[in-house]
Design a protein around this ligand. Structure first.
Ligand SMILES: Nc1ncnc2c1ncn2[C@@H]1O[C@H](COP(=O)(O)OP(=O)(O)OP(=O)(O)O)[C@@H](O)[C@H]1O
Length: 268
């Protein structure tokens, strides 16, 4: 009887530790408009499957940061990475993973909902049949399937925002940026949009960066970045940020960090 040495266990190729790669990494980013310094050495991460609230007053630098992440502006100093891809060195790979909802509305009001989605899908190189399938699925998800052929002009403000979110998801990004997406909407429309975006985090693992000045949009389980006059004053799980200031709620914590007065309506 011959005996053979036990065969070695099959070796699996080492897998990259994707859990350790942030969806978004902002590293030492500064930006000036002429002499005006809009961002000063800003650093923070957004993790996959997390909801990160970027909280700041008007003029804090939120939109400037979004313009840098989306490459509307070139990076003057620092580094921005999307799932490890440096947006200056590998913009194609980085932007493929990114979806954005900008503050101003950017829909074509005279096209239908489906036409708006198909047009955007074509810009991303998605085939016509695939784009039609994804558009129908997304319209269903945002509860507007029955309005597919209507002109966007006939939608309410909240419905338009939901359509913009659907559009931002067409190319299946893993990171979603939203710049004050609920401004001007009523309570119900705001709640619908927040809950739909939170579902993307829990059900699809999308990393979300949500810029806001409204305290009531932030939940204790969220990550929080407090941006004030271009600087990050605090960051981390909301509960930890609040506790570190000795406050009971995010409103008071924000005031202690910034010295700001709260505005009526629960906003920073
Ligand atoms: N194009 C520009 N030229 C000069 N200064 C600018 C420009 N855009 C923004 N700024 C200034 O940069 C600073 C940051 O503005 P930014 O719009 O990024 O803030 P924000 O937090 O998005 O504010 P808001 O909530 O009002 O949109 C402000 O002092 C603003 O006046």
């Amino acid at each position: 009887m011959t005996s053979s040495a036990p065969s070695p266990e099959p070796q699996e190729a080492p897998k990259p530790n994707t859990a350790a790669v942030p969806a978004l990494s902002i590293d030492g980013v500064s930006h000036s408009y002429g002499q005006r310094r809009a961002l000063i050495d800003v650093s923070f991460n957004v993790q996959p499957a997390s909801f990160t609230a970027l909280l700041g007053l008007n003029g804090a630098g939120k939109s400037t940061l979004f313009s840098l992440i989306t490459r509307l502006f070139g990076i003057q100093s620092g580094r921005v990475g999307i799932f490890g891809h440096d947006i200056s060195k590998s913009p194609g790979e980085a932007l493929r993973l990114l979806g954005v909802v900008f503050q101003p509305r950017t829909l074509d009001l005279d096209l239908s909902l489906t036409q708006n989605l198909l047009y955007h899908a074509a810009l991303h190189g998605i085939s016509r049949s695939e784009a039609a399938a994804r558009s129908a699925e997304l319209l269903g998800r945002i509860g507007l399937a029955d309005r597919a052929g209507s002109k966007v002009r006939d939608l309410s403000g909240g419905q338009m925002r939901r359509l913009e979110i659907a559009r931002a998801l067409l190319h299946r990004p893993r990171l979603l940026l939203l710049d004050e997406p609920t401004v001007g909407l009523d309570v119900k429309a705001r709640a619908d949009i927040i809950s739909q975006v939170r579902q993307l985090v829990t059900e699809q693992g999308i990393g979300v960066l949500w810029a806001t000045h409204l305290f009531d949009e932030i939940m204790p389980s969220d990550d929080l970045v407090v941006l004030h006059q271009g600087k990050v004053l605090a960051q981390g799980p909301m509960n930890r940020v609040v506790t570190a200031t000795g406050a009971q709620d995010v409103n008071t914590a924000f005031m202690r960090l910034t010295g700001a007065q709260t505005l009526p309506g629960g906003g920073a």
